[in-house]
Design a protein around this ligand. Structure first.
Ligand SMILES: NC(=O)c1ccc[n+]([C@@H]2O[C@H](COP(=O)([O-])OP(=O)(O)OC[C@H]3O[C@@H](n4cnc5c(N)ncnc54)[C@H](OP(=O)(O)O)[C@@H]3O)[C@@H](O)[C@H]2O)c1
Length: 272
């Protein structure tokens, strides 16, 4: 039975519905995932901080696709948020859990930066993700079908100056997803850690990163969402947005050369 579910490709209401939960589902890739999932008739539970974009995405998706959309406006860094999500989704038959929130919020050289701010990056990308994945993963295993998607980054392949904790947290997510995949696959639960490169999301635009540099490929969030959902069965780790060659390069043995090159590339992208 489990194998039969896993052979299916793409998103399917019978396997991945009737409800999907997206932690970070109001903007960028999260909003596009919400849209594509709802197009399959799957109801949504969306979490994000800013009530305005969250309500706008929820209203649009519900109106266009005729599904139910529930929202929780809250910060994943708040101590009570996991319990609130657990309580508010307790009565929903959840077939898909996506942890998308996680773009870097703080940049500084590690020994000069604010340790609390670095720890928040780790809390968002590691601790909160573990707590919610533990909760929804157990529910999916019991159910015997569904998917967990933990959104990753090319940054998780190489140490990055200025965002060293973010890159390390993304590396943690990737290796964690691999272990989870092998544990849950026999139980009919797909685990996918899609590797994103630079993607034109509102969070990136707010940071003011230069996305017009020659040779820089910038992905469209809608294309990324489409590819993630098409590749749910290609876990545990899958480069999306044409980043396979970059993943290969970033996994090379000459670490000193790689981290130095990446640091130069990051300097070029920084806001002027
Ligand atoms: N954009 C890129 O270039 C890029 C590249 C590689 C990997 N990624 C990965 O892609 C994912 C999405 O990134 P993104 O650029 O769209 O930015 P993001 O800041 O992670 O925002 C994505 C969604 O998460 C919500 N969110 C962010 N922080 C939250 C928090 N503390 N509590 C609750 N919700 C929160 C945002 O809404 P609110 O702001 O309203 O909370 C939004 O709906 C991340 O995991 C990131 O690491 C992005």
């Amino acid at each position: 039975m489990a194998d039969e579910h896993l052979r299916r490709s793409g998103i399917d209401r019978a396997v991945h519905g009737p409800w999907a939960v997206i932690a970070g589902g109001s903007e960028g890739v999260g909003a596009k995932l919400a849209d594509r999932i709802a197009a399959r008739g799957i109801h949504l539970f969306l979490v994000a901080r800013k009530p305005g974009p969250l309500a706008a995405t929820a209203d649009r998706v519900a109106r266009v696709h005729g599904v139910q959309v529930r929202t929780l406006a809250g910060d994943l860094l708040d101590p009570d948020v996991v319990q609130r999500i657990r309580d508010e989704t307790a009565g929903l038959d959840v077939g898909t859990f996506i942890y998308n929130a996680g773009a870097n919020t703080y940049g500084a050289e590690f020994v000069e930066g604010d340790l609390d701010a670095f720890q928040k990056v780790v809390d968002l990308n590691v601790n909160r993700q573990l707590e919610l994945t533990r909760h929804f993963g157990a529910r999916l295993k019991k159910r015997g079908r569904g998917a967990l998607v933990l959104v990753g980054s090319l940054s998780g392949y190489v140490g990055h100056a200025g965002i060293s904790t973010y890159a390390a947290a993304k590396a943690f997510e990737r290796v964690f997803a691999e272990g989870l995949w092998v544990e849950l696959r026999p139980h009919g639960v797909q685990v996918l850690h899609p590797i994103l490169g630079v993607t034109r999301t509102p969070a990136m635009e707010r940071l003011g990163l230069r996305m017009d540099l020659p040779g820089l490929d910038v992905a469209d969030p809608g294309d990324i969402a489409e590819e993630i959902l098409a590749r749910l069965d290609d876990g545990p780790v899958q480069a999306v947005g044409g980043n396979d060659a970059r993943v290969q390069r970033s996994s090379g043995p000459d670490r000193a050369r790689l981290v130095t090159e990446v640091a130069e590339g990051m300097r070029a992208m920084s806001p002027r």
